[in-house]
Design a protein around this ligand. Structure first.
Ligand SMILES: [Zn+2]
Length: 307
């Protein structure tokens, strides 16, 4: 049994058909966790979809209505880069509910893991880059509104800059945003995060970890957040089709451990979301997401031994 809960819903699958985004990965991650005995059925929780009121803490009424009613313009669908369907909308509303639930569990258990979400390119009034609803921003605002947290730190290690996150929280002193990403990559326009680490083409493990560590320490120790949201994209992987960095599987594991250990050592609860992963082989993407669960498990065990 894991020392934290995994949040998953079978309808996370966005049903995109043949698309570079492997939307079936959520199911495959859960399957592999069970098959390898890393998790049991008792470790999983099923979320409710985020409510309309919760979504409206971040998004405009107009955008949510368009998603609900299928009234997106051609331009809006182009920007979203995934086909519109009822099931896609149901999937992203559930993913937002999942990140809220993972965050609640993080406050109760020290960590919570949504096997979904991390839709960091979504903006209040439109979607971009496969992201229709910003689940992490919604979860931050729900916890703040309920008085459960004041200050949140978002550590975004997806290979793409967290433009939606930066756009939503840019002027908010209670939310610290850290994005480490490949600079010459999507999105073209990168609104400033609290800390942006722009990496050169082909940066590898050593370079990546050397840049991430001090920034993450500055954020956790200096800002002293009440919760850390980890946007755990695995697209910095060397064989990723949409990446541009050269991290190995071992390097990605070390990256996850670095962030988790740092937060847990300082008693900062951690809520994880999956975000991107587009390896040439979907099984690599699934292995890498499973590895993040293993890294959190290892860090939690280490933390429990110490305290
Ligand atoms: Zn990405």
């Amino acid at each position: 049994m894991l020392p934290f809960k995994l949040v998953y819903h079978e309808r996370y699958d966005l049903h995109l058909g043949a698309h570079v985004f492997p939307a079936q990965k959520y199911r495959l991650v859960r399957q592999q966790l069970l098959e390898r005995g890393i998790a049991g059925e008792e470790d999983f929780l099923e979320p409710q979809p985020a409510s309309r009121d919760q979504l409206l803490l971040v998004h405009t009424e107009d955008w949510i209505r368009k998603l609900e009613r299928g009234r997106l313009s051609y331009q809006e669908v182009l920007k979203l880069e995934i086909p519109y369907s009822r099931r896609m909308v149901e999937g992203v509303f559930l993913a937002a509910g999942g990140t809220i639930l993972a965050a609640r569990r993080a406050l109760a258990d020290g960590a919570g893991f949504n096997i979904g979400g991390g839709f960091h390119h979504a903006f209040p009034d439109h979607g971009e880059g496969f992201c229709a609803v910003h689940d992490v921003a919604v979860a931050v605002r729900v916890l703040q509104k309920e008085g459960l947290v004041k200050k949140a730190l978002i550590v975004d290690v997806d290979v793409h800059h967290g433009n939606g996150t930066a756009g939503i929280f840019g002027a908010d002193p209670d939310v610290f945003t850290l994005s480490i990403h490949h600079f010459n990559n999507y999105p073209a326009v990168k609104p400033p995060s609290t800390i942006d680490i722009h990496l050169e083409d082909g940066a590898g493990d050593a370079d990546y970890l050397a840049r991430l560590r001090p920034a993450c320490e500055a954020a956790v120790l200096g800002f002293r957040p009440d919760i850390l949201f980890y946007v755990a994209g695995v697209d910095p992987y060397q064989d990723d089709q949409l990446g541009g960095l050269s991290l190995s599987k071992e390097g990605l594991y070390e990256r996850d451990r670095l962030v988790f250990s740092l937060a847990l050592r300082k008693h900062v609860p951690v809520a994880v979301t999956l975000a991107g992963g587009y390896a040439r082989s979907t099984s690599d993407t699934v292995d890498l997401h499973v590895q993040t669960v293993m890294a959190l498990n290892e860090s939690m065990k280490e933390w429990a031994r110490r305290w």
